[in-house]
Design a protein around this ligand. Structure first.
Ligand code: SF4
Length: 310
């Protein structure tokens, strides 16, 4: 998977430093990185997805590709069979380009790349292939937020919409919950790069995202205050014009059931605290997941307060 014409991080597949782990695996020679990614792309599933935020799913669905592997180790991961246990099929760039074409043929609004980080080199090759054939849809980079700002900078022009989490505000929580003590520092730096690159959410006449950033805040049990701290950070560093997505869907999936503090859903009081903080800070653009929606894997139950038309 050598990649030419891109920045040094994306091109350097013989010493992978795509994500903040910077584990240096020589994936081209068959080594696997911390995330488990080797030389060939792995995809768990793809298809039309109607459960994302309204500007992403729209009326015809989001053309979503769920990539296998992940750079985090979230003990509550709802996608662990493919993020941490390697389920999925192997694809080369031509195979992924065919997936992109089929999603476009189905009428999907965008190409929505879920957990794409380890596979950026193959993804950019596949996008080049479809672009060369005259097919273009907005590319949604759908990420846990655990990214290198330098890698995001090299993606400039390739991704139009960033759908990015800010999950923690305290390193000890990030270490315990996701095995990444540097999450807060890395995710905030990467967010600022996304923000300077893509800016505020822009939607077309149908309300479908064409460019910009949506920041997801998943409220975690016992850690609602961290979502509030992230809202404060967002306001101080990007302003209250950022489109936010408040999420109540945490469930103690995967290993969380046996971990004190992580073994319950969030309470209504915790969620209300975050909603109140968002209102008090003056956030106007975004989406709020219904409290009762947390049992569903899909993001159902968003209020339809759309991103501002520009
Ligand atoms: S993407 Fe995977 S292989 Fe590359 S630096 Fe991160 S953990 Fe290592």
């Amino acid at each position: 998977m050598p990649v030419s014409g891109f920045g040094p991080i994306i091109s350097a597949t013989d010493r992978c430093e795509l994500c903040p782990r910077r584990c240096g695996a020589d994936r081209r020679a068959g080594e696997k990185g911390f995330c488990g990614a080797g030389v060939e792309m792995e995809i768990y599933s793809y298809g039309r997805h109607c459960g994302e935020e309204p500007p992403i799913s729209g009326t015809r669905g989001s053309g979503t590709v769920f990539f296998s592997r992940c750079t985090l180790r979230c003990l509550y991961c709802q996608n662990h069979p493919w993020s941490q246990e390697a389920r999925g099929d192997r694809y080369d760039a031509a195979g992924l380009a065919a997936v992109f074409r089929s999603l476009a043929d189905e009428g999907c609004h965008n190409w929505n790349l879920v957990s794409p980080t380890p596979w950026i080199p193959g993804i950019v090759q596949a996008l080049e292939m479809v672009h060369n054939k005259g097919r273009r849809l907005p590319v949604v980079y759908n990420t846990s937020g655990y990214e290198r700002a330098e890698t995001i900078r090299e993606l400039s022009g390739l991704a139009q919409v960033y759908l990015a989490d800010l999950r923690y505000s305290r390193p000890e929580s990030a270490l315990e919950g996701s095995g990444a003590a540097d999450y807060v520092k890395a995710a905030r730096k990467a967010f600022l790069e996304m923000w300077s690159q893509a800016g505020a959410l822009r939607v077309d006449s149908e309300g479908i995202a064409q460019s910009g950033v949506i920041c997801r805040l998943l409220v975690l049990p016992g850690r609602a205050v961290e979502a509030c701290e992230n809202l404060e950070w967002l306001k101080a560093n990007a302003g209250a014009g950022v489109c936010i997505s408040l999420m109540s869907q945490y469930i103690p999936a995967h290993l969380a059931g046996g971990r004190p503090g992580w073994d319950r859903g969030i309470s209504r009081a915790e969620y209300d605290m975050v909603l109140q903080a968002a209102m008090d800070l003056g956030f106007e653009n975004g989406h709020v997941q219904d409290f009762g929606g947390r049992a569903a894997r899909d993001l159902v139950g968003f209020n339809m307060k759309q991103g501002r038309k520009t």
